[in-house]
Design a protein around this ligand. Structure first.
Ligand code: SF4
Ligand code: SF4
Length: 293
């Protein structure tokens, strides 16, 4: 890494430093990377902005990757995804980059935690960071999508280092051309069709002139389908088990498939894994990338 040495005026070459850091990220498995200016997060709620986690924050470095394998989308036993993990790899890589920023370049760096703060709120929206850094764009279904790779996991590092910022994508990945056509013909898209908010599902919205102009999302209903196991599942079973007066029934609940899978999910899938994702399964964005023989 030469950013400090190459600077003739005695100042750090931040563009070169950025190239070096994202080079490490891509060599370590990141599919995409980008930088958002900390000031771009003024659209985030107060208390959920970069400087709320790191005083004098200047930049947010975002990396994406650690996708489920293409084969995972083909498996008829979707439960296998509930007791494994891929998303922690991107968090591990974010930690590595934070350490490089601090140890090599001498600036503060904080990884945005993937867990939640008070009120079940994210410490800072990693999805917003990915969108602002141009690593993808938010979709009608919810996740940030990359036009070539589709769905992936993201990690974000807040730093006081003034890295040159990238902007949001000019052309969003969602809606895909196929979805625009489908909406014109049927008034729905693959994701809103598979999980329609008006018929017991979670998603709705409107497409106009090839852009999403309105989005409806039933978060509470989706959560019950996405986090059956993992932390919410653990809390639910634990409460039921503590209330159970019958010792035999209590034992059955503790050793049930539900509770066992919940514990596997929490210990081996240490960041929440989607346990539904039917909206992503039908999404055409990234389909070519996840189509194999
Ligand atoms: S994850 Fe499942 S429940 Fe949630 S919006 Fe997608 S299809 Fe609907
Ligand atoms: S299926 Fe995918 S690309 Fe199409 S509208 Fe839904 S999220 Fe967007």
């Amino acid at each position: 890494m030469n950013a400090k040495q190459k600077n003739k005026s005695g100042k750090m070459d931040f563009a070169l430093a950025k190239t070096e850091i994202v080079g490490v990220a891509h060599n370590s498995g990141a599919l995409v990377s980008g930088v958002a200016a900390a000031e771009a997060f003024e659209v985030a709620p107060a208390g959920r902005r970069p400087a709320d986690l790191l005083p004098n924050a200047s930049s947010v470095l975002v990396i994406g990757g650690a996708q489920p394998r293409a084969g995972d989308w083909q498996s008829p036993n979707y439960q296998h995804m509930e007791v494994t993990t891929t998303s922690d790899r991107i968090q591990g890589l974010a930690l590595k980059l934070a350490r490089i920023v601090e140890d090599h370049y001498g600036y503060y760096a904080v990884c945005v935690p993937p867990g939640v703060d008070q009120g079940q709120q994210a410490f800072m929206s990693i999805s917003m960071a990915a969108d602002l850094a141009g690593c993808g764009s938010t979709s009608l279904a919810g996740p940030v999508l990359h036009s070539e790779y589709g769905f992936m996991y993201y990690g974000a590092v807040i730093t006081t280092m003034p890295l040159p910022a990238d902007g949001p994508l000019e052309t969003p990945a969602c809606p895909a051309p196929e979805c625009v056509e489908m909406y014109a013909a049927e008034g729905t898209t693959p994701c809103t069709n598979v999980c329609p908010i008006g018929s017991g599902g979670c998603l709705g919205g409107r497409v106009e002139a090839g852009r999403i102009v309105e989005r409806q999302y039933d978060r509470a209903r989706c959560t019950t389908r996405v986090q059956n196991y993992w932390v919410p599942g653990f809390q639910k079973v634990l409460g039921e088990t503590l209330r159970e007066k019958d010792a035999e029934k209590q034992k059955m609940k503790l050793y049930s498939s539900m509770f066992s899978r919940t514990l596997w999910s929490m210990t081996y899938s240490n960041v929440s894994q989607g346990q539904c994702a039917e909206c992503m399964r039908v999404c055409p964005v990234g389909l070519a990338h996840r189509t194999k023989r």
